[in-house]
Design a protein around this ligand. Structure first.
Ligand code: HEC
Length: 154
């Protein structure tokens, strides 16, 4: 059905669809959505390993922390490619990325930079005191970006 609609109409439909919450996108956009969600899942997994150590529910484990941060770093390595304009919406995938990512690129880049700095500093720690000192900045960096640039869970 959609394939019979002219390209010109589609372009207009994309603009209109943004307000209506209906989604259209090309494959490149879908690949970016999948890649960034894989990255974020790895970040979530890293949190799942580290938070119990911060809370004192599990003993500090430098090797376990390194493993999840390495996996997270690898999954997020192509971060700069995760946000093409045609990944704002998708016909087939659900995305919680907010249009503010593209309307406020400087703010989004700053939130990404804050995260990257916190991540790098945490990954460089080698003992429990360092880990506990650097962890809060990473948690804040996740939340700081999600607040402005990610839609709440449905
Ligand atoms: C610079 C912005 C930014 C930072 C920093 C950030 N996120 Fe996200 N996160 C997003 C956006 C945008 C989405 C929605 C992606 C989508 O659905 O396309 C998301 C989605 C997620 C998801 C849901 C993934 C899924 O299954 O679809 C999790 C989990 C997550 N983030 C965890 C984290 C954690 C943990 C951190 C910090 C270690 C973090 N994020 C840092 C922007 C960010």
């Amino acid at each position: 059905m959609i394939s019979k609609i002219s390209t010109g109409f589609m372009a207009g439909a994309v603009v209109l669809a943004l307000g209506a919450g209906v989604a259209y996108a090309a494959l490149a956009g879908d690949e970016a959505i999948t890649a960034r969600q894989t990255c974020m899942k790895a970040s979530g997994k890293a949190m799942g390993t580290m938070v119990p150590m911060i809370k004192g529910e599990k003993p500090y484990d430098a090797a376990a922390i390194k493993a999840v941060l390495d996996a997270d770093g690898a999954a997020c390595a192509k971060w700069a490619e995760f946000w093409p304009a045609d990944s704002m919406t998708s016909k087939t995938l659900k995305t919680r990325a907010l249009p503010a990512i593209w309307s406020d690129p400087k703010g989004f880049e700053a939130a990404g930079g804050t995260y990257y700095k916190a991540f790098t500093e945490l990954a460089a720690t080698t003992d429990e005191a360092g880990f506990k000192a650097k962890f809060p900045a990473l948690g804040a960096a996740c939340g700081g970006c999600h607040e402005k640039f990610r839609a709440p869970a449905p």
